[in-house]
Design a protein around this ligand. Structure first.
Ligand code: FAD
Length: 485
C-alpha cells in the first residue's frame, strides 16, 4: 500500500468537486508520497488518478481535459517534443476541438489553411475534382489546417503541462500490471516506465489511458490487437522543397489525392513551403522493392504523371520513411482500469485524413468517461459504453468508403459528384470530419451508398473484377494476429 497524503485527500473514485480536487492537481508531483516498489526495492512508486501513455493528439487531448477537471494526471512520452510524426492533414472538425483545448490561436499560427480536398484520377483523363468544405452541409466548418506534426503535437503537450499535467518526456511505459480489486486507494493499475537515462519509475493509477499510437502498448500486451482483414496497405513518405503550388490562395493549401495503379499518393502543402508527399500502396507493390527505399519512392512518384509534374523542380529534403501493413484494431476499447484512445485502439487507412481527428475525439471521450468514473463510479458501465460507441463510430463510417475507394464505381462517383438527396453535401461533411454530434447527413449518405450499389450492379462484370483484384491485393503475407506496431 502506498501511504500517499495526496491520495488520501481524494477517496477512491468518489465524486470530487473541482474546487476540492484542484489542490491535488497543482501539488508538485514529487511531493506526492513516494515509496520503493514493493518487491523490487528499486523503483520509486508514485500515485496519480490517471496515467496517460503517449503525447500525441489522443493523449494530450485526454490529459488536458482531465487536468482541467481537477484530476491528477501524469502523461508520459517515450520521445521528446518536438519530434517528427506523420499525419499532417487535419479536418475542419478539428477546429472546434482546438478551441475547447485552448490551442486554437497557436495552431492557426503554424497551420496552412486547407479549404478542400482534390481527387485526381488517371482513369478520368488525369483531371482533378475538388471538394470545397464551404459547399458542405455545415457552413460553420469551412476550412482546416495542414500542420507539421512536430509543431502541432508540441503545442498540445505543452498545453497539457500548462494545465497542470505532469508531463514526462523521454519516458517509455513498459508494462501495465492490473492490481487485484480492493486497493485501499482505489488504484487499479501499476504502470512501469523506463527513462532515457536508464532509470525506472512506477505509478499506481486509478486509470491508464493508452494513447501510445501505433505502438499499441496495451493492445499488444493483452494480445487483443488484430490485423484488419478487410484492408491492408503500406506507406512511403517524405518532404519536398519547391513543389508546385496552385496559385489561387484558396486552392494552394488543399490536399491532393492521386489514384494510381498500385494505390494512391498524397500531396500536402505545409506553411513553411515544404510539401509532404506520400504513397499508400498495396503490400505486393511494397514487396516488389529491390533497391533503396528513396529510389523506390521516387520511382513510385514517377508512375503518377500529374503528381510528378508538380514535383519537376522539387527536391526531396528528408529521409524517406516506410510503414508496412498498417490497418488493425483491438478487440476492446476499455476494461477495468484502462481505456485505449486514438491509434492505440485502431488504425485505418489515412485517405480521408481522419486519424488526428479521431485521435482527438477519442481523447476527449476518454476524458469525459474517466471524469464520470472518478466522480460517480456507479456510472462506470454507462460511461464506458458511451466511450466505446464514440471510438468505434469514426473508424466504422470512414471504413465503408476506404474499403471501396479503389473501386471504379466509387471513383466515378467521386469524379462526378451529384447533389441529389444532398449526397454531395453529406459527402463533404464526411470529408470535413463532421460526423459526430447531431449532424443530419445520415439519410443522404445512405442514398449515396444505395447509388453506389446500384451502379456497381449495373456494371456487374467490372465490379466483380475489381472485387477479385482487391481481395488479392489485401491478402496478408504475415500471420493474422499481430503483437507489435
Ligand atoms: C502514412 C500515414 C499517413 C497519415 N496521414 C494522416 C493525415 O494526413 N491526417 C491525419 O489526420 N492522420 C493521418 N495519419 C494518422 C495519424 O498519424 C494518426 O492517426 C494520429 O497521429 C494518431 O494520434 P495518437 O495520439 O493516437 O498517436 P500518435 O500521434 O502516434 O502519438 C503516440 C505517442 O505515444 C508515444 N508513445 C508510444 N509508445 C509509448 C510508450 N510505450 N510510452 C510512452 N510514450 C509512448 C509516441 O512517442 C507518440 O508521441 C496518417 C498515418 C500514417 C501511417
Amino acid at each position: 500500500m502506498v501511504d500517499s497524503a495526496a491520495a488520501m485527500k481524494v477517496p477512491t473514485d468518489m465524486p470530487t468537486a473541482p474546487h476540492e480536487a484542484a489542490p491535488d492537481r497543482i501539488a508538485p508531483p514529487e511531493a506526492a508520497a513516494r515509496q520503493m516498489a514493493p518487491g523490487t526495492g528499486r523503483e520509486p512508486v508514485r500515485e496519480t488518478d490517471v496515467l496517460v501513455v503517449g503525447g500525441g493528439p489522443a493523449g494530450s487531448s485526454a490529459a488536458i481535459l482531465l487536468a482541467e477537471r481537477g484530476h491528477r494526471v501524469v502523461q508520459l512520452d517515450k520521445s521528446r517534443h518536438p519530434r517528427f510524426h506523420i499525419g499532417e492533414s487535419l479536418l475542419p472538425a478539428n477546429l472546434p476541438l482546438f478551441e475547447r483545448l485552448g490551442v486554437a490561436g497557436q495552431v492557426r499560427a503554424i497551420g496552412m489553411q486547407k479549404w478542400g480536398a482534390e481527387f485526381v484520377s488517371p482513369w478520368h483523363g488525369g483531371r482533378g475534382e475538388t471538394f470545397n468544405f464551404t459547399d458542405g452541409w455545415n457552413k460553420s466548418l469551412p476550412f482546416a489546417y495542414q500542420v507539421r506534426r512536430s509543431e502541432f503535437d508540441e503545442i498540445l503537450i505543452r498545453r497539457s503541462a500548462q494545465q497542470g499535467v505532469q508531463v514526462l518526456e523521454g519516458c517509455r511505459a513498459r508494462n501495465v500490471e492490473f492490481l487485484p480489486e480492493g486497493h485501499p486507494d482505489g488504484m487499479r493499475v501499476r504502470v512501469t516506465a523506463g527513462n532515457d537515462d536508464g532509470s525506472s519509475v512506477s505509478w499506481l493509477a486509478r486509470y491508464v489511458v493508452d494513447a501510445s499510437g501505433r505502438d499499441t502498448l496495451l493492445g499488444s500486451q493483452l494480445r487483443s490487437k488484430h490485423r484488419n482483414s478487410k484492408h491492408n496497405s503500406a506507406a512511403l513518405y517524405g518532404h519536398f522543397r519547391d513543389a508546385e503550388r496552385y496559385p489561387d490562395e484558396k486552392r494552394a493549401g488543399n490536399i491532393s489525392i492521386y489514384w494510381f495503379e498500385h494505390g494512391w499518393l498524397w500531396f500536402i502543402p505545409l506553411s513553411d513551403g515544404a510539401t509532404s508527399v506520400g504513397a499508400v500502396v498495396w503490400p505486393y507493390y511494397m514487396k516488389s522493392r529491390k533497391g533503396p527505399v528513396r529510389e523506390f519512392f521516387l520511382d513510385t512518384i514517377a508512375m503518377c504523371a500529374p503528381l510528378a509534374k508538380r514535383l519537376t523542380n522539387a527536391e526531396l529534403v528528408s529521409d524517406v520513411e516506410a510503414t508496412g501493413n498498417y490497418s488493425y484494431s483491438c478487440d476492446q476499447s476499455y476494461g477495468r482500469g484502462f481505456v485505449l484512445a486514438g491509434d492505440a485502439f485502431t488504425f485505418i487507412d489515412p485517405m480521408f485524413s481522419s486519424g488526428v481527428l479521431m485521435a482527438m475525439v477519442s481523447g476527449v471521450a476518454a476524458a469525459e468517461a474517466l471524469d464520470t468514473c472518478l466522480r460517480q463510479p456507479e456510472k462506470y458501465a454507462a460511461a464506458m459504453k458511451e466511450f466505446d460507441r464514440v471510438v468505434r463510430h469514426g473508424p466504422k463510417e470512414y471504413s465503408w468508403f476506404i474499403y471501396r475507394i479503389t473501386n471504379p464505381t466509387m471513383r466515378d462517383l467521386f469524379m462526378a459528384p451529384r447533389n441529389d438527396f444532398r449526397m454531395k453535401e453529406a459527402m463533404l461533411s464526411l470529408l470535413a470530419g463532421d460526423i459526430y454530434g447531431d449532424t443530419p447527413i445520415w439519410r443522404s449518405l445512405r442514398a449515396f451508398k444505395a447509388v453506389y450499389y446500384i451502379f456497381s450492379t449495373l456494371s456487374l462484370k467490372r465490379s466483380l473484377r475489381a472485387l477479385r483484384r482487391r481481395a488479392a491485393n489485401i491478402r496478408p503475407d504475415e500471420p493474422e494476429r499481430m503483437t507489435a506496431g
